[in-house]
Ligand binder design. Structure first.
Ligand SMILES: *Cc1c(COP(=O)(O)O)cnc(C)c1O
Length: 336
């Protein structure tokens, strides 16, 4: 049996989700005539406390289009050094939008220190790019960004007339883990990108939510980057199924990640980073010399995860309790 903890993008659509996709009412979404897409966009926007939504084939494109919409050529966005938008999206905002990133090192809790943000905001001087937007990510590396930090970041953004974007690929994880509604953690932002294809288990798709004028403009940019899809309702139906059936169960992933982290505490030569799980993720560190053998040995035994010397183990709907116990055994045996 394979225990695949490489990513929560590995989930397979369940039978009921596939049924919903097969039965989806569809139309040409570039004409605005796909009722399933329209429903997904409006349901998710409402749930996030925003006016309108726009469906994208990927979170990468959704983040890119948000930046293209908010920022002009020569503008700058402030972003965490490890943020997906900056680090894992091919530099799209710079390459396609001539938008300069201003990356900043994170604190250990995943936040970007407010003092460093403030120091990075540039004066209105022709030598400088125009600081236009602050991009946050929640969860980041599985870590929840505290509500108090979001409020402070919002105040800082307002003080400096910065727009505020959230890469909320895993915002539902952050909401569920805190016992909050999605809107409690997303309505503070000018725009939010939400992934359907991570823990929520849809095969494809993200939704960008914002005001109606921003979404109208984003629709133009989406068309330009090739994201206008036709009978996309087949995919939106999977997203609708996900947001209506798969949100509460994220708590199961978090509980299993916690069990995994707890089961791995106190092993000689291995440390659980932070001493605990972060929502659905567990990070393990071992010495450089051990970690490559660790990864290879576990994978030979059917336990897959990513990274060395820092390993990332991600729990998702394809992982049950017995797989967690097996994973703990495999890892314990390796270190013994
Ligand atoms: C996965 C992910 C994205 C991008 O989503 P894709 O659909 O894979 O392009 C963006 N941000 C974060 C934090 C992610 O984890």
């Amino acid at each position: 049996m394979i225990i695949d903890l490489r990513s929560d993008t590995l989930t397979q659509p369940c039978g009921a989700m596939r049924q919903a996709m097969a039965n989806a009412e569809v139309g040409d979404d570039v004409y605005g005539e796909d009722s399933s897409v329209n429903r997904l966009e409006s349901e998710l926007a409402e749930r996030a406390g925003h006016e309108a939504g726009l469906f994208f084939p990927s979170g990468t494109q959704s983040n890119l289009v948000a930046l293209l919409t908010h920022c002009q050529r020569g503008d700058e966005y402030i972003v965490g050094q490890n943020a997906h938008t900056y680090k894992y999206e091919g530099g799209g905002a710079a390459v396609l939008g001539s938008i300069q990133p201003q990356p900043i090192e994170h604190d250990a809790d995943g936040t970007i220190p407010l003092s460093k943000i403030e120091a990075a905001v540039k004066a209105n001087d022709f030598h400088f790019a125009k600081s236009k937007l602050l991009a946050l990510e929640n969860t980041i590396g599985g870590k929840i960004i505290a509500q108090s930090y979001i409020a402070e970041a919002k105040a800082l953004a307002q003080k400096h007339s910065l727009l505020l974007h959230l890469d909320g690929a895993r915002a539902f994880n952050a909401a569920v883990a805190q016992g909050l509604e999605l809107a409690d953690i997303t309505r503070q932002f000018d725009s939010v990108s939400l992934c359907l294809s991570k823990g929520l288990g849809a095969p494809v798709g993200s939704v960008l939510v914002s005001t109606k004028p921003v979404i109208d403009e984003a629709r133009r940019w989406r068309k330009m980057v090739g994201g206008g899809m036709r009978q996309a309702g087949v995919l939106a139906a999977a997203g609708l199924y996900a947001i209506n059936n798969n949100v509460a169960r994220l708590a199961d992933d978090h509980a299993r990640a916690k069990r995994l982290a707890d089961g791995l505490l106190g092993i000689d030569g291995l440390s659980v980073v932070g001493g605990k799980a972060h929502t659905n993720m567990v990070y393990l560190s071992s010495t450089q010399s051990v970690s490559s053998r660790f990864l290879a040995d576990c994978s030979r035994q059917g336990l897959l995860f990513s990274g060395q010397p820092l390993s990332r183990l991600v729990v998702h709907s394809g992982v049950d309790d017995s797989m967690i116990e097996n994973a703990i055994d495999i890892i314990q045996n390796f270190f013994e």
